[in-house]
Design a protein around this ligand. Structure first.
Ligand code: HEM
Length: 600
């Protein structure tokens, strides 16, 4: 039986993105669930029928209702199924791969909730959450402007954004900032990650935010402002008075006030909002200590009462909201809601994705290029989720092999075996107990026959059960019309000559006529006073070389000048003008630095 694992979200058909106001998720709260809840095995069928079957065999009555409703919206349901490749594959990696093999390490600076590079008073989780709030807080929900758009990068000099927190946070993003991972999405991830590390409830991570290209309006709330200004400010951000109390209490569960930024509030390097070690845990001590009147929160107990904004805000409804937040579970639930809404407040023309969940089985192609034998080297790895939230409890009980189809679409009678990488035993980990194991393969493909796609077979060794993953029915696609010749490509940098980039690609002879081959290079453009560089797509034409091999013609770009910032960026090789455009996308330049281009 051909089985398949599916992944979808439970609220795909319920969201209304046409709302003229800024998107916020209050109407959809508590709808997020781990993908594992929605994993089904069904006979391989066409997509629309498959979702019909899913609806019928749903095993949770509460969801059955939703899915029956959703039957009317099969089109929107089908968009929720993960099909590789996806425009959010890179950010799924940054979100998902935190430790071990293939780790991206986004949360390394928040390896613990209180971590701050051992700099006195510094707490990275607190800085990240504060930065995200400052970025969002200048939203105008009626106008549909501002929100989480990373405009903070142009606003760090403003008095309302005192301190190093904003630039410290943005500096970390530089390593992850690409044409497919925006700074605004990383700000959202900074909050999601901080909550995970500090033991807060899970915040769903939606993506698709667009970075501002200039500063937004001023208006981050400041301690000396009066209560009515704060109520008006939060209303502009889309939060009611009680939600204002909740959001401030949630934010001020971490970190504190620094003498270097607010000498009028404290003389200490940092005076935490919560006592003991509570400031490095996401808990409601900020609430209970306030209600117990034994708080040391500098925004409650400052000698100059004008500066006591938390005191005014917390008590503004006669402590009603604060009393409710004194319940630890209620605190977590409310923070989960308002913090999710905080990061999902975006300009009106931005459409956020469904929450990103770790993908169950995901391939990575590391090499698809002609070798000196005239065959095509094809290598990569398959990432398989195991452990919590899966039906694969034992990492050592899993095996993977691939089958593939040739260029004509016919099955090739040859199995590609995989092995676990030696490094870290091929094991990686992510948020909230997600575990992954990798299986790598190296194969040679006959260049005449070529390859058009593959399926991955995941075997439970102890039972012999095999599950075929065919990417929604059509296999994981591979195009061999344009090959990026990784080994023949390289870059160099010297102070005297600057950066030079050489890229080689091969195009199938029968696809060359009438086409043009271009490099779409994401050039990083440093900006004065802004820590994150701008990104511009620089388009350069390839020139055909003399070389031909195994039915391919060779093209190259030689000694293209690049700036130092762009030594580590991404680029696409694009063939256009033919039957259909081919885009070999998201190739990374950092692996090319200071190594020789190997002749073929
Ligand atoms: C009226 C609203 C608010 C005012 C007046 C306010 C004011 C302040 C002040 C003066 C600091 C000290 C900054 C420093 O010395 O480095 C601070 C820290 C902080 N704020 Fe707020 N805040 C407000 C709302 C929020 C909200 C809504 C959040 C997040 C949801 C938040 C998150 C934080 C965090 C995490 C810190 C600690 C930063 C660190 O330790 O580095 N604040 N806030």
């Amino acid at each position: 039986m051909m089985n398949q694992a599916f992944r979808r979200y439970n609220d795909a058909s319920t969201r209304n993105y046409s709302d003229k106001r800024l998107l916020n998720t209050s109407a959809n709260r508590n709808t997020w669930a781990p993908s594992s809840v929605f994993r089904y095995s069904v006979v391989s069928v066409h997509t629309s029928t498959r979702f019909f079957l899913i609806t019928l065999i749903s095993y949770q009555p509460t969801h059955l209702i939703m899915k029956t409703t959703a039957l009317a919206a099969l089109v929107s349901l089908t968009t929720a199924e993960y099909i590789w490749p996806d425009k959010y594959d890179q950010i799924e990696d940054v979100f998902t791969l935190q430790g071990g093999f293939n780790k991206k390490g986004f949360i390394d600076p928040i390896q613990s909730c209180g971590f701050g590079q051992n700099q006195p008073g510094r707490q990275n989780t607190a800085e990240w959450v504060r930065t995200a709030y400052h970025d969002m807080s200048t939203a105008d929900v009626d106008a549909g402007t501002g929100g989480l758009d990373a405009s903070i990068m142009f606003e760090t000099e403003r008095g309302e954004n005192k301190g190093d927190a904003m630039n410290n946070t943005l500096a970390h993003f530089q390593n992850y900032y690409t044409s497919r991972t925006t700074a605004a999405d990383m700000l959202a991830l900074a909050v999601v990650g901080s909550m995970a590390v500090c033991n807060g409830y899970e915040i769903p991570f939606r993506v698709g935010r667009v970075d501002a290209t200039e500063a937004g309006r001023k208006g981050v709330p400041e301690p000396q402002q009066d209560l009515s200004s704060h109520i008006a400010s939060f209303a502009k951000q889309g939060f009611s008075q009680s939600e204002m109390i909740e959001l401030v209490a949630c934010g001020h569960s971490l970190g504190g006030v620094h003498a270097s930024n607010f000498p009028e509030l404290t003389s200490q390097t940092v005076q935490h909002f919560e006592q003991s070690d509570s400031f490095e845990k996401f808990d409601n001590a900020v609430v209970t200590e306030f209600l117990d009147t034994n708080t040391t929160n500098p925004l409650v107990v400052a000698a100059n009462d004008t500066m006591n904004s938390d005191k005014r805000i917390f008590a503004s409804d006669g402590n009603k909201t604060m009393h409710a937040l004194a319940d630890a579970t209620h605190f977590q639930e409310r923070c989960q809601d308002v913090l999710a809404r905080m990061i999902d407040t975006v300009p009106k023309d931005v459409v956020l994705s469904e929450p990103i969940n770790p993908i169950d089985v995901k391939p990575y192609i590391n090499l698809l290029a002609l070798n000196h034998n005239g065959t095509i080297d094809f290598s990569g790895y398959i990432r398989v989720r195991y452990g919590k939230g899966t039906d694969r409890p034992d990492v050592n009980d899993i095996a993977v092999h691939l089958s593939y189809k040739n260029r004509a679409g016919n099955a090739v009678n040859e199995t590609i075996q995989t092995t676990r990488p030696v490094w870290s035993d091929g094991i990686g980990s992510g948020f909230n107990g997600a575990n992954f194991v990798y299986f790598e393969w190296t194969a040679e493909i006959d260049a005449d026959a070529g390859i058009s796609g593959f399926n991955a077979f995941v075997t439970t060794k102890s039972t012999g059960d095999v599950v075929e993953h065919d990417n929604g029915g059509n296999g994981f696609p591979v195009q061999d019309t344009v090959l990026y010749q990784l080994e023949q490509s390289c870059s160099s940098y010297s102070a005297a000559e600057g950066g030079k980039l050489n890229i080689v690609a091969a195009v199938r002879t029968d696809a060359v006529s009438g086409t043009k081959l271009d490099l779409h290079f994401s050039k990083k453009v440093p900006r004065q006073g802004v820590i994150i560089p701008g990104l511009e797509t620089q388009i350069e034409s390839f020139k055909e070389s003399e070389k031909t091999l195994s039915g391919y013609r060779f093209f190259d770009i030689q000694d293209m000048s690049i700036n130092a910032a762009s030594l580590s960026t991404d680029f696409d090789v694009v063939l256009s003008g033919g039957e259909k455009d081919v885009n070999v996308g998201f190739l990374e330049s950092n692996g090319l630095i200071n190594r020789d281009c190997v002749a073929l």
